[in-house]
Design a protein around this ligand. Sequence first.
Ligand code: PGA
Length: 253
Amino acid sequence: MRKQIAAANWKMNLTLQKGEELLDDIIALPHELKADQQAIFAVPFPYLAMAQQKVHGKKNVFIAAQNCYNKKSGAYTGETSVEMLLSLDISYVVLGHSERREYFNESNQFLAEKVNICLENKIHPIFCCGEALNVREANGQNDFVAKQLEESLFHLSAEQIQNVVIAYEPIWAIGTGKTATSDQAQEIHAFIRSQFATKYGAAVANNISILYGGSVKGSNAKELFSQPDVDGGLVGGAALVASEFVAIINALK
Ligand code: PGA
């Protein structure tokens, strides 16, 4: 079933104590998740166990890792396997964030391998895609995103693809305060869904959640999420403020 999702991406922020406080504050604020709505917190690796404990028993609330490695186990110092995440009951992993693509040279092919190992282990990838400003200015965003989807996801079966959440995040909107307009978001989300429809059929495409990311705030979330193909958001900066993130959760349709 297609879910409406408010996903927090803490990135490399907060200490353990500040992270605990933030989760406590969010849990304490009034918010309601309907059956088809979820809140997900992508926290740094050292906080996964703490965060998992905090949300234990909370309906429709999940903890995500911000990355994982493409190998099962072995001599890969500093990396984290899906088996390790599974041992903490983690069910989501953010993959292919533009910061990882840019600073850690993650390619579409490498991401395809990470997607595979997640799905083989029943972990849902939150797969990020999105173009840089120069690509948008040349009106090349559709081709750019289509290639990211094709090279990292289109080898999957129709059953597998429905376990992937897509996050469209235009790089020019991430951390810049410059949000895509709701029309811009709807236009490319509809395009992304049409790519899945062409490859897997309309019924499958309609089951896939496509989140928008890039300067989502409490004040613009409702307008963005009201678009028919925007199924929630992946939120960085505003997810570090309890009242902001709760407003974003409450803006889900
Ligand atoms: P932002 O980050 O909300 O701070 O723009 C979004 C993201 O990078 O996931």
